[in-house]
Ligand binder design. Structure first.
Ligand code: NAI
Length: 348
């Protein structure tokens, strides 16, 4: 499959394939759009089943970053990178450093941060070879782990979605399924537990699911069973393209609001959720907390109090999207896309 022939290709500005057999590195960096500023986006390390699957993922994720930054009002474009490999078996300092050198070659048009399989400590290893990173834990303007900010933004969005759909202001007593108890999912579980919600979790890593049970009394179900969990809210916090023709009919929740990037397999699945009267909070609207937090570091004036304040603005943004969705009779993801495209068109 060529880049231009890929169905996920969306006029991306640059797609770079990088490798170094000496350290086992195979990576793709995709820069979707820099109309609003240099591209930002995390690096994902994952044992993709094929090179094509990795390309598809990076093309989709980088495009979503463009929309996320546009709607969050950030002066950044969208980019993303993937390293092909199993983070538990194949990650090494030399591989991460070599990847950092690839990022450095781009001269600052792409800033890398963490994503699935890559944490803050890994980004710091990359930083030995490039200064074009975000989300490091120490140093002037270091913004640290983005995950708590992402989780907070998801909580803020979930509250708005629940109010809109169920007419209640709090999450107390609601049953909420969290798919993926990683950096963001675990923090979201903690926040939801504090709010008085009852949790159902699934993770392909049984240890992580067990942690949620021990810490917050979550009920654990096998990954394939999470779809049918009898819950009020379903929060995808693992991988993307999970809401499709196979999974949507199995959902018993009336709200979908989670952190995972790129949740809809296709845009039409947002229409399908709406048809089934399931409210979908567009992923890139409510999971922008991490990039909002990292933006201070990138712009050279990090202020955590300001970052927390800006994360709260996810609430009114989602409220407006849901209002327009009702008014225009179209799915919230379509409304969000149209808003982002308007901002991008103005910038171009
Ligand atoms: P992570 O790697 O820490 O956690 C992901 C978790 O999902 C892991 O525990 C993994 O075992 C689990 N998982 C994978 N496939 C699964 C499946 N089929 N069923 C159940 N569990 C499964 O990643 P992180 O950072 O928590 O990110 C989660 C999602 O949120 C990703 O889609 C990421 O792109 C997105 N996101 C993360 C941000 C951040 O600040 N870390 C910011 C915005 C979006």
């Amino acid at each position: 499959m060529t880049v231009f022939g890929a169905p996920e290709y969306a006029g991306h500005e640059l797609v770079l394939h990088g490798s170094d057999p000496a350290v086992g590195l195979r990576a793709i960096i995709a820069i979707h759009d820099t109309s609003l500023g240099p591209a930002v986006g995390g690096c994902r390390m994952w044992p993709y089943e094929s090179d094509e699957a990795a390309l598809r993922d990076v093309l989709r994720l980088s495009r979503a970053m463009t929309y996320k930054c546009a709607l969050a009002g950030l002066p950044f474009g969208g980019g993303k990178s993937v390293i092909l490999g199993d983070p538990r078996a194949d990650k090494s300092d030399s591989l991460l450093e070599r990847f950092g050198r690839l990022v450095d070659l781009l001269g600052g048009i792409y800033r890398v941060g963490e994503d699935v399989g890559i944490g803050s400590a890994d980004v710091e290893v990359m930083a030995r070879a490039t200064r074009h990173v975000a989300g490091i834990r120490q140093g002037e303007h270091a913004s640290g782990d983005p995950s708590p900010f992402t989780a907070r933004g998801v909580l803020v969005g979930m509250r708005i979605a629940v109010h809109h759909q169920l007419g209640r202001r709090d999450l107390k007593g609601l049953r909420i399924a969290v798919q993926g108890v990683g950096s963001v999912g675990a923090e979201l579980c903690r926040l939801l537990h504090t709010e008085g919600a009852t949790l159902v979790v699934a993770d392909r890593d049984p240890q992580r699911a067990r942690y949620a049970t021990e810490s917050w009394g979550a009920e654990t179900v096998p990954p394939e069973a999470i779809w049918e969990a009898p819950v009020d809210v379903f929060a995808p916090c693992a991988l993307g393209a999970v809401l499709d023709d196979r999974t949507i009919p199995r959902l018993r929740a009336s709200v979908v609001a989670g952190a995972a990037n790129d949740q809809l397999a296709e845009n039409r699945h947002g229409d399908e959720l709406r048809r089934r009267q399931i409210l979908y909070a567009p992923d890139y609207v409510i999971n922008a907390g991490g990039v909002i937090n990292g933006s201070g570091e990138i712009l050279g004036h990090y202020d955590p109090a300001e970052a927390w304040r800006r994360v709260e603005r996810i609430g009114p943004r989602l409220e407006e999207i849901l209002r327009l969705s009702d008014l225009e009779g179209v799915a919230p993801n379509r409304v969000a896309d149209a808003m982002a495209e308007k901002i991008l068109a103005a910038a171009r």
